[in-house]
Design a protein around this ligand. Structure first.
Ligand code: HEC
Ligand code: HEC
Ligand code: HEC
Ligand code: HEC
Length: 504
């Protein structure tokens, strides 16, 4: 037989045939390789279950027996050591950071205690510790309804299944204290049979339904954000839907923007409380994380909450989802660098730059609204009429709503920097409008000096300024934690001992 290069010279087609055959062989080998990798990933799902349990099993450790990797990473959400410049899992006392908030919330429980969020595994414990629930001791009721438990625990879907949704929301917070003991976990986001993502909270489904959207038809990528939107959203308690029930409702009927929610609340004349100083009918924003995220670049490019907060990890050649939901700045390599080529320092600097620039104006807005509240109080003291004050109080309501919408969504400056800046500047306009009108009213009442700005340089001074008896709150809390909570946990332990799980 002739050497190959001579064959090719005589018949070039032979060369081409060899070339094409090589490509085909390489391609087939490639298919094999990728199939091996895929099978490996699939083996995560083709697991051998160790225990059989129901959809409404609230104990994360039971689900965790079947999925040890996800469970082990979930347990890390209990860690409270990481601190970034403005956030992280460490305890940050927001009222200490900005004592102006105490005055902004005068007359509302947030002025007593407001800490930044920590990891999911702390959810139940943290709610026991906050002064906002108003220690239910000596047979006294909590100042909060049961609805407050809704975003804290997989015991919530269990109870809703047992007694019905409206019955769950009914009554005051301490009534279900012995029922809700497991922190946010598996049953909140997963279907027990398939482990697919699952919406367990009716309020989200109902909010989309009212806008004619059926979220059970959402794409897989959308579900990776919607599971978070069950809790990380703005909401209120609708007392008019069912007698005696504070029904959890999202104010989304007009859309997801701050303006749409404001119009919704104005329209139904909803107020969370009346401000002690200015008497303005106030709104309290919760944590519109999902809504603001939707206004940002990442959402518009289809990046989901889980992409940044629950990135994929690899362990022993197996790919799985990191269930340590936390600040992505503690894991830039997996959270950002799968998409961005920039160095870690550069990416962190991008986040801090957006946060710092927004916080600068957010603090200024706080000061202007504090001034508006004390000036309004002065006007009342001098005998202003309801008629004179009406438009001013509406401006204060709208200004503070806008400030709070961004302040309550800690993540807003990164999730949606442009929209957050727009909201803060529109808040400034409203607050200044209020102050211009106040200056006129004060002048009409014969007062044309500056109303002094209170000394609220620390949380303690601010709380004293609005007249809070913090010593009593703290003592009551101690008794509640010592006397009541241990009983709740004991009752729960006895109940859980009777749950059906089958070892396989
Ligand atoms: C493109 C990435 C990205 C996406 C998408 C994203 N986040 Fe974030 N998130 C961040 C970054 C960065 C921070 C700021 C962390 C810091 O400052 O330590 C943050 C902060 C947070 C915080 C405060 C964290 C803390 O430490 O207190 C919460 C809560 C949060 N995000 C929830 C969500 C939710 C819910 C969604 C989806 C609706 C979402 N995020 C989508 C990147 C993202
Ligand atoms: C806050 C919501 C949330 C909670 C709580 C949660 N998961 Fe997940 N889980 C997810 C998301 C998001 C994914 C990624 C799903 C996808 O993209 O298909 C996921 C994926 C999974 C998968 C599929 C394999 C993988 O790693 O991607 C398993 C198994 C799983 N979770 C088990 C658990 C277990 C066990 C718990 C409780 C210890 C738990 N999850 C708690 C949101 C959650
Ligand atoms: C069942 C309600 C619920 C669901 C579902 C939920 N969260 Fe949370 N999340 C909370 C609560 C409550 C806290 C605050 C817990 C605390 O401070 O003790 C929190 C805290 C956080 C934090 C702060 C963690 C830290 O270390 O500071 C991040 C980030 C976060 N959630 C992101 C998400 C993402 C992303 C999803 C969806 C994959 C999600 N959450 C789903 C209720 C929920
Ligand atoms: C799944 C992919 C993906 C992940 C994960 C991701 N990004 Fe992005 N990011 C994008 C895309 C896409 C854009 C828009 C860029 C464009 O279209 O030119 C973007 C834009 C940005 C921008 C500029 C837009 C703005 O909002 O100012 C910054 C800053 C940024 N990303 C930082 C981060 C950081 C920090 C993380 C991690 C916490 C992260 N990204 C995670 C895909 C991603």
């Amino acid at each position: 037989m002739k050497p190959i290069n001579q064959l090719i010279k005589e018949k070039p087609i032979v060369g081409w045939l060899i070339f094409i055959a090589t490509i085909v062989i390489v391609f087939v080998l490639g298919l094999f390789a990728s199939s091996i990798v895929e099978r490996r990933a699939e083996s995560v799902f083709v697991y051998t279950p160790k225990v059989e349990h129901s959809q409404f099993e609230p104990r994360n450790e039971v689900w965790g027996q079947n999925f040890p990797r996800q469970y082990q990473s979930y347990l890390k959400t209990a860690d409270t050591t990481f601190r970034s410049k403005h956030q992280g899992s460490a305890t940050i006392d927001m009222l200490e950071e900005s004592p102006r908030m105490v005055v902004l919330w005068a007359g509302y429980a947030f002025s007593r205690d407001y800490k930044q969020s920590r990891g999911h595994a702390n959810a139940v414990n943290d709610v026991h510790h906050t002064l906002r629930i108003g220690a239910p001791i000596d047979g006294n009721k909590s100042i909060q309804p049961n609805t407050c438990w809704t975003c804290k625990s997989p015991d919530v879907p269990r109870l809703m299944n047992e007694i019905g949704v409206a019955e769950f929301y009914k009554g005051s917070w301490e009534e279900k204290g012995h029922e809700i003991v497991n922190a946010i976990g598996c049953a909140d986001c997963h279907d027990a049979q398939t482990m697919n993502l699952r919406i367990s909270r009716p309020a989200l489904v109902e909010a989309f339904n009212r806008r004619g959207i059926d979220i059970t038809k959402s794409s897989h990528q959308d579900m990776r954000s919607l599971v978070c939107a069950q809790c990380h959203v703005e909401y209120y308690f609708n007392k008019k839907k069912i007698e005696g029930v504070q029904y959890l409702t999202f104010p989304w009927d007009n859309g997801l923007s701050v303006d749409a929610a404001e119009a919704y609340y104005d329209n139904i004349e909803f107020t969370d409380w009346t401000h002690t100083l200015s008497k303005a009918p106030m709104l309290k924003a919760q944590h519109p994380d999902y809504e603001l995220y939707k206004m940002g670049t990442h959402a518009s490019r289809g990046v989901s909450c889980a992409d940044c907060h629950m990135p994929y990890m690899s362990e022993g050649g197996q790919k799985f989802t990191d269930h340590h939901v936390q600040s992505p700045l503690n894991n830039v390599a997996n959270s950002c660098q799968v998409c961005h080529r920039e160095e870690t320092d550069k990416l962190i600097a991008d986040v801090y730059e957006r946060q710092d620039k927004l916080i600068e104006n957010k603090y200024k807005l706080e000061e202007i609204i504090v001034r508006a509240h004390v000036e309004a109080q002065k006007a009342w003291d001098l005998g202003a009429t309801e008629e004179q004050m009406k438009a001013i109080l509406t401006d204060i309501r709208h200004a503070q709503w806008r400030w709070d919408y961004v302040a309550a969504s800690h993540a807003a400056p990164f999730h949606a920097p442009v929209e957050s800046a727009r909201i803060i500047s529109s808040g400034m306009v409203k607050a200044q409008d209020a102050r211009v009108k106040l200056a006129r009213v004060l002048a009409d009442l014969g007062f044309n000096k500056e109303v002094p700005y209170p000394d609220i340089s620390t949380k303690a001074k601010a709380q004293q300024f609005i007249g809070l008896d913090m010593e009593k709150f703290n003592n009551d809390r101690k008794r509640f934690l010592d006397e009541v909570v241990p009983q709740w946990l004991e009752t729960a332990k006895q109940r859980e001992a009777n749950y059906n799980t089958k070892e396989l």
